[in-house]
Design a protein around this ligand. Sequence first.
Ligand SMILES: [Zn+2]
Length: 134
Amino acid sequence: MRVDGACHCGAITVEGGPILSRSSSHCTDCQTGTGTAFRVSVPVPGATFKITGRPSVYLKTTADSGNPRAQAFCPQCGSPIYSTTPGDGPQQWYIVRVGILRQRDRLAPRQQIWCRSARPWLAELGSVPGNATQ
Ligand SMILES: [Zn+2]
């Protein structure tokens, strides 16, 4: 599957693929970086990754993984766009945030990582009453 999408304000668009895996991360960096409980992302091969607009990049030097990560986000609306390895020029992989992709309904995670820091109430979420319109 190829994917495409845009940030909340539309200043940045992305596309690429194929998508061969998808995961949710429960690491504390992802919780803080998304402002919510976990992050869902897909790796897009750098050779196919296209982006319009100019994201701002925050370099996280002490990621939970121990590796520095470049975190790209829209400077206008703040939408997280992707993370990648730091460095100049194209990178091998861009880990694109599923929430900005048009295909997000078809990108359910196939694995969960950093589960040791997952919010303990996530397992109960399926039984919380829901409302389809608000
Ligand atoms: Zn934006």
